[in-house]
Write a protein that binds this ligand. Structure first.
Ligand SMILES: Cc1ncc(COP(=O)(O)O)c(C=O)c1O
Length: 420
């Protein structure tokens, strides 16, 4: 006998969620208040908004590095700027290759291309949608210089085997922790395991400065470059006079952003505990929904729920992901189809059609390149399947138990309605 379900809102039934839930877009879903105001006011009153003459950027960097128990933290203007700084530090030759995940933000790949290196996509493990260590070695060539490991959704990639492969092939490892603040991998924090860790403080992240980023490293000067010069016009400001050692942009954070960052850093644990509690509640509410599969966390690791992410077992449903998303949206739930959308990164126009520098198509077709680079469907089948089946729920630290109950009820209602 078919199960009786409430009429879906998309078919004219009553919405499950009838008021806006807390969102990262404004104060309802963020912990921004008096502490930030006090420090920002101090900066305004000082009349100094630039790191060069102020103290707030230096203090934010110091506190971030202390939190991560690492020698250096350098604050920059965005997560993309952080990853670009790391790429400038790595200093590839044009046409060198960097292994990247197809399930990440375009901000991970843009810095690779600006340094005239080729992003080589490695397929993911559907368990957590992070780069699959078993797929890495097949993609290593004589031109591979590094691996950019994204810890997507706040769930850590499998850094143990990844670091083993990196050591074996002498590869530099950049950890993209834009979505993985305070994420734990077997007793270590994501961002401290590879050579360099990069963070984003854009509005949606675990803590925010509006836009902003941080690069952390136990800098080894292996490349003869100082990290700070890599986002400061190549300028060795620790020496008297002016000089410019190599090509580099200006990606400084301002004193105003750093003032907010100093206040925000003290709210990390509240933010992460709240995100985990809300996620555990949703796991529990939906544990018997057969078509619902939250993404996994590796053993002895802890994720920090940038998003709450789940895959639909489409074989158990009479609808595709797009229809489910439309029905959830009609129930009042904000959600999105996959990350970075319903297709992996390499199927977006910029990469697929090589829209880079003028009409050149560089670096994909630099003279003397190793091969012809094509980015088409079928390149990373697991990633393509994940994108097709994944639903992401923007998550935040102000979601209360009754909000999560409504989210669970909306998902349960829709999945039941479309059950085969
Ligand atoms: C995984 C990942 N990498 C890099 C970035 C780029 O960060 P930003 O937007 O601060 O430049 C983002 C931003 O969303 C991200 O999610």
């Amino acid at each position: 006998m078919p199960i009786k379900v409430d009429k879906l809102a998309i078919d004219g039934g009553r919405q499950v969620i009838e008021f806006p839930l807390p969102t990262i877009k404004n104060a309802t879903g963020r912990l921004i208040g008096e502490e930030e105001m006090t420090l920002v006011k101090e900066v305004i009153e000082s009349g100094c908004l630039a790191y060069l003459y102020g103290e707030k950027v230096a203090e934010f960097e110091k506190r971030f590095a202390e939190l991560y128990q690492i020698k250096h933290g350098v604050a920059v203007s965005s997560g993309t700027a952080a990853l670009h700084t790391a790429m400038i530090y790595l200093d590839p030759d044009p046409g060198d290759e960097i292994l990247v995940s197809p399930i990440t933000d375009m901000g991970s790949v843009i810095p690779v291309l600006y340094q005239q290196a080729i992003p080589v996509f490695v397929d993911v493990d559907p368990f957590n949608q992070n780069m699959d260590p078993q797929a890495i070695e097949a993609k290593i060539s004589s031109r591979t210089r590094g691996i950019m490991v994204t810890h997507i959704y706040g769930s850590p990639a499998d850094m143990g085997p990844i670091m083993e492969i990196a050591r074996k092939h002498d590869l530099f490892v950049i950890e993209d922790c834009a979505q993985a603040h305070m994420t734990e991998y077997r007793g270590r924090l994501a961002g401290t395991i590879g050579n360099i860790g990069c963070f984003s403080f854009q509005q949606s992240k675990h803590i925010t400065t509006g836009d902003g980023g941080m690069v952390i490293a136990d800098e080894d000067q292996r490349f003869g470059r100082r990290l700070r010069e890599c986002f400061d016009k190549g300028w060795p400001r620790h020496k008297p006079g002016r000089d410019h050692n190599f090509l580099a942009p200006n990606y400084h954070m301002t004193e105003l952003q750093a003032a907010v960052g100093i206040a925000q850093i003290q709210k990390y644990s509240i933010s992460i505990v709240a995100r985990r509690e809300a996620a555990a509640k949703l796991d529990n509410l939906l544990r018997e929904e057969e078509a619902f599969e939250p993404i996994g966390t590796l053993p002895d690791c802890r994720q920090t729920y940038f998003y709450y992410t789940f895959r639909l077992k489409l074989e158990l449903l009479r609808a595709n992901t797009e229809t489910i998303i439309k029905a959830l949206t009609a129930e009042g739930l904000t959600c999105e189809h996959g990350y970075p959308g319903p297709i992996p990164l390499y199927l977006y126009k910029m990469i697929r059609e090589k829209k880079t520098f003028g009409k050149s198509g560089w670096p994909f077709n630099l003279p003397g390149g190793r091969k012809k680079w094509n980015f088409e469907e079928g390149l990373c089948p697991q990633a393509e399947k994940c994108c097709r089946e994944t639903v992401i729920l923007p998550w935040n630290e102000r979601l209360q138990s009754d909000h999560v109950e409504l989210i669970g009820a909306a998902i349960g209602k829709v999945l039941n309605a479309y059950k085969k």
